[in-house]
Design a protein. Structure first.
Length: 202
């Protein structure tokens, strides 16, 4: 019982001294708490910024692709043969690479923009069969493009590798800058907490 009373007395003494310190150093205590709150708010803001960057940069993954268009006069068997040759190339992600027929492409565009195809006559299709290629290593894209030009039936090659590299570089810079600010503000916040405790106790 005596031990409990002593602990309560000690706790009460410490609380009293803390409030006395706050009153005695009112201006400095208020300034320290205000700076602490500001640091916490800024730190939280940077956490949200980092999360937002990662979320929005996910939408740029489509840039890491090459789209090739197949000769419109090719039959389905010939188109499938071209697709098979593309899948056999080294730097091609066989699971992510897909064949998009002109019928599928037209249907997808009709769903996105139905008003744009109201004047299209039945049976007409302005699209071509295409292959959306996802590559494994961006360093080997130039060689991959060269290999694609050697495949009969491929008429056009659309590549955004330069844009993808630029976006990835920007993503890395923004991420590390944000992390740097976060770590700096976290250190400042810890320092302010320690200073505030010292000021209020002494």
């Amino acid at each position: 019982m005596k031990k409990i009373l002593r602990k309560l007395e000690t706790f009460g003494y410490l609380v009293t001294q803390a409030f006395s310190g706050i009153v005695r150093n009112g201006a400095l205590s208020f300034a320290s708490v205000a700076v602490l709150i500001a640091c916490l708010l800024i730190t939280g803001s940077f956490v949200l910024i980092i999360q937002n960057i990662n979320y929005n940069m996910q939408d740029t993954e489509y840039l890491n692709r090459i789209v090739v268009y197949i000769n419109d006069e090719y039959t389905k068997d010939q188109t499938n043969e071209v697709f098979a040759r593309i899948l056999s190339l080294e730097n091609v992600d066989t699971e992510a690479t897909k064949l998009v027929t002109k019928e599928t492409a037209l249907e997808e565009e009709k769903q996105k923009n139905p008003d744009h195809f109201t004047l299209l006559e039945e049976g007409d299709n302005p699209y071509r069969d295409s292959v959306v290629i996802t590559y494994i290593d961006s360093a080997g894209v130039e060689r991959l493009e060269q290999q694609l030009t050697e495949i009969d039936g491929i008429e056009d090659i659309l590549s955004r590798v330069e844009i993808a590299d630029t976006v990835e570089s920007l993503k890395s810079v923004l991420y590390f800058v944000s992390v740097g600010f976060f770590v700096t503000l976290l250190a400042v916040t810890v320092f302010i907490i320690m200073t505030t405790i010292r000021v209020t106790l002494f």
